[in-house]
Design a binder for this molecule. Structure first.
Ligand code: GLU
Length: 293
């Protein structure tokens, strides 16, 4: 083992499917290629989306497919104190403020502005006070001007850049329903686990600049990122239970893993055992993303 620490962080909204398996496999192969540690974190911070039993099901499937984590899994639902502590630090440093806007008010005020942004950035209505309204959510203040641009080099996707002020706006850390936002939980958890390399689906590319900015506010290290292409259905939608993801074929683990590997542009069709599959796939991955010696 060396200093490399990677992770797979599934949301327990249903069983593993080919889309989430591709993310799991990519993070596992990257850790193996670097002779590093790999852990699993169950992202059940979003209580209403969590499906009872899905966590155990995902962990059992990973084990069945030969992906054993180096250490016990972490459940976000048990980490509220850590999120609270990080939030209090941000509050004390003046980075967060309460917001009284409803979704409808935000949508209306965006319609009234003449600016046209690619995404709907929060217009900053409550930045300077609640205007007599009750606090609902808590937002992180993003910088203005040149300081709003966050850039990073993704190991698969190349140079990425986002202007937090115009493309995102001040973003929510604690939601109106009292739930912690994914953005805060993921940054706090990755830091506490000492994660050095984040490998996950490209649907999260758009969140990465927010997470890097949050790391800077908290004074913690920014890991390296690699975002793998998402698996889509015939209509080009990200695969999920709602968009028609099929159950994995667990009777033939090697064939199922070989299918996931093909989405990562790795061809391992002749492996006869799990060991043979992982050796060949890790060697292929290492050729592209880092040496295995
Ligand atoms: N829980 C997120 C998901 O399942 C992944 C978060 C991450 O890898 O940072 O989409």
């Amino acid at each position: 083992m060396n200093a490399y620490r990677g992770r797979f962080a599934p949301s327990p909204t249903g069983p593993l499917h080919i889309g989430s398996l591709v993310a799991a496999l990519a993070s596992f192969l990257d850790a193996r290629a670097h002779r590093g540690a790999w852990i699993v974190r169950i992202e059940d911070v979003d209580g209403p989306r969590t499906v009872a039993g899905a966590d155990d099901d995902i962990l059992a499937t990973l084990a069945h497919l030969g992906m054993q984590p180096d250490g016990p899994p972490v459940w976000q639902s048990q980490r509220h104190e850590a999120y609270d502590a990080a939030f209090e630090r941000l509050l004390a440093a003046g980075f967060v403020y309460p917001c009284g806007c409803t979704r409808r008010e935000i949508a209306d005020s965006l319609l009234n502005t003449h600016t046209r942004h690619a995404t709907l950035a929060y217009p900053g209505t409550c930045r300077d006070g609640l205007h007599g309204r009750a606090p609902r959510a808590w937002r992180l203040r993003v910088p203005d001007g040149d300081a709003a641009r966050v850039s990073f080099v993704d190991r698969w996707q190349g140079l990425q850049s986002q202007d937090l002020a115009t493309e995102v706006g001040d973003f929510v850390l604690k939601r109106a329903d009292g739930q912690w936002a994914y953005q805060l939980a993921v940054v706090v958890d990755d830091d506490e686990a000492g994660i050095t390399h984040i490998v996950r689906g490209a649907d999260l590319l758009d969140s990465t600049a927010r997470q890097i900015y949050l790391q800077q506010c908290l004074g913690v290290v920014t890991p390296q990122y690699l975002h793998v292409p998402v698996v889509t259905n015939e209509d080009g939608e990200k695969l999920s239970k709602q968009t028609g993801a099929q159950a994995l074929d667990l009777d033939d683990p090697v064939a199922t893993l070989a299918t996931a590997a093909r989405h990562l542009e790795i061809d391992v069709h002749s492996a006869l055992s799990l060991d043979a599959f992982y050796s060949a796939a890790t060697a292929e991955w290492a050729k592209r993303f880092g040496r295995r010696q």
